[in-house]
Design a binder for this molecule. Sequence first.
Ligand code: RP5
Length: 162
Amino acid sequence: MAVGAPPVGIIMGSQSDWETMCRAAQILDALGIAYETKIVSAHRTPDRLYAYAKGAADRGVKIIIAGAGGAAHLPGMAASMTSLPVLGVPVESKALSGMDSLLSIVQMPAGIPVGTLAIGKAGATNAGLLAAAILALADAPLAGRLSDWRQRQTDAIAERPE
Ligand code: RP5
């Protein structure tokens, strides 16, 4: 039986990705969902990627949020080594504003899915919310917290600009 690890694993290709990926962590914090974070580079630390992706399910991880920029192979390679849902966040790159990241992550061959979010911080925030929505399917209290979060967001939108 899978035990031990928190339900969500947030992995990223570099320390420089954390500025973006912390948005996913902030959402999980707000919704009371436990997570782990790890720098896992498909190119610089391939053995770490292999160990993480191969071991995640057995440790109890249920969803992986993977963010990377540029030649962003991390989400796809992680997905190739686990049946867990993988949500990919294209980090905004300096050279190409994240279009390289987006296309690297979204164009997966049929058979190995990565649920790809928007480029940058919006994508990371939404990856956190999507992970919450998936977990909420089997967690009624979490479903309630997610519903409350969305209602607070709705209530915070002014009717007119100031
Ligand atoms: C990718 O290269 C990382 O995901 C990051 O977005 C990008 C740049 O990494 P650093 O050079 O900032 O470490 O692997």
